[in-house]
Ligand binder design. Structure first.
Ligand code: SAM
Length: 246
């Protein structure tokens, strides 16, 4: 998969050299290209922002540098990328969207600063390629670089061969499948006793059916406690055997 990121803070994306994503890059599974937007700004101060039409506080990112940057990047590869525009006014970033994006060969991220990018840029590229405006949550950050780190990590760990154990993400919270609407339940490792606290007996039973049933019950309990909204919107048939008062 190819990933391009256009930003005025290329150094903010340095964590993409570390850990899982860094290793995927080193193995050639991810081709990550970070671009400095200011390279496409032509005045002596490399200006990328200007005052908003209609007045108001803050600055808006100018369309020309973004247009030149995106034209050059789009012309540099085969086929069409999906352009992902981080914005608090976008559609929520979910595991389902991460799965969808992980199947694409090429993503271009456009993290903004200030009050965001001149709207005409989103319209212009929306007429040419698949453009997604995406929010990582109902809060406002100073820039889109942290959201890009979040999205790239969520997408990269779904790529074949990136996680050591391919099954790891299949049990995750929000993973598609039977437990898609449940959060993952608690997990334990050795030692069997720590500070007087043991682990649930069933996990030592070796009985796969009982362990699966326990994990499902715990996932249900945790979801009910922490994210009751997930249960409200789920298909009741999926929770047929559960009683929310448990
Ligand atoms: N005035 C904008 C608004 O209220 O929608 C906020 C702009 S914010 C200060 C600057 C940039 O940070 C945004 O254009 C976007 O790239 C990024 N950003 C901030 N919060 C975000 C979020 N929750 N999800 C995705 N991107 C976000």
């Amino acid at each position: 998969m190819r990933l391009d990121v256009v930003t005025i803070f290329p150094e903010y994306l340095e964590p993409l050299n570390v850990s899982l994503v860094g290793k995927a890059r080193a193995r050639g599974q991810l081709d990550v290209r970070i671009h400095d937007l200011r390279e496409w700004a032509h005045d002596k101060h490399n200006t990328v922002d200007d005052t908003p039409y209609g007045g108001g506080p803050g600055m808006v990112m100018k369309p020309e540098p973004w247009g030149e940057a995106l034209d050059e990047i789009l012309a540099s590869g085969e086929g069409e990328p999906v352009i992902v525009v981080p914005t608090p006014s976008g559609a929520p970033f979910t595991q389902q969207l991460a799965v969808e994006l992980s199947a694409k060969p090429w993503l271009v991220f456009t993290p903004a600063r200030y009050e965001g990018i001149d709207r005409r840029v989103i319209e212009e590229y929306g007429d040419r390629v698949d453009v997604r405006e995406v929010s990582i949550g109902d809060y406002v950050l100073a820039g889109g670089e942290a959201p890009v780190l979040v999205m790239v990590e969520a997408v990269a760990r779904l790529l074949p061969g990136v996680l050591g154990n391919a099954a790891s993400h299949q049990d995750d919270s929000f993973a598609p499948g039977e437990m898609a609407d449940l959060l993952e339940g608690p997990v334990y490792t050795k030692p069997p006793e720590w500070r007087g606290r043991g682990i649930p007996e069933v996990l030592l039973s070796g009985h796969h059916g009982k362990i699966a049933r326990w994990r499902r019950d715990e996932a249900f309990r945790r979801t009910d406690r922490n994210r009751p909204d997930l249960i409200e919107r789920a298909d009741p048939a999926a929770f047929g055997k559960h009683d929310r008062a448990m």
